[in-house]
Ligand binder design. Structure first.
Ligand code: 5GP
Length: 115
């Protein structure tokens, strides 16, 4: 069984600051926030990457956007906006091998997507 840090959080082995959960997703506060609001939207089922989701259940991305919209609204980000990021692979800078979407906001973010 795959046991990355997000699986451990989902299984309740690790404590975290959870702001949302349903049968498909949890949303937690990032342990090392890069903005005043930095949330991680994580599928409950272990998917390594985007490719794995597309192969198995591409409808999950539509559901993920609905959850992102809701939690962003609840976090007060709707009016001024926010940024969603998925890091993939070595060049994308992915650290945790379990698909997740960063939700960042609460201040004007840098103008560049790529440094
Ligand atoms: P990645 O670079 O893989 O897209 O980002 C992984 C993110 O997970 C990082 O922003 C990192 O701070 C966050 N993270 C890693 N371990 C933990 C943890 O145990 N708890 C929480 N809440 N966030 C974590």
């Amino acid at each position: 069984m795959i046991q990355d840090v997000f699986c451990k959080i989902i299984n309740g082995e690790l404590k975290t600051d959870k702001v949302y959960e349903d049968k498909d997703f949890i949303v937690i506060k990032d342990i090392n926030p890069q903005a005043p609001v930095h949330l991680l939207l994580i599928p409950v089922k272990h998917y390594f990457d985007i490719h794995a989701v597309i192969n198995e259940d591409s409808s999950l991305f539509g559901k993920a956007m609905a959850v992102a919209d809701k939690v962003a609204h609840d976090a007060g980000l709707s009016e001024k906006g926010y940024r969603l990021i998925i890091n993939e692979g070595e060049h994308g800078g992915k650290l945790v091998p379990h698909l997740h979407i960063h939700i960042l906001g609460g201040k004007r973010l840098g103008p560049k997507i790529v440094k």
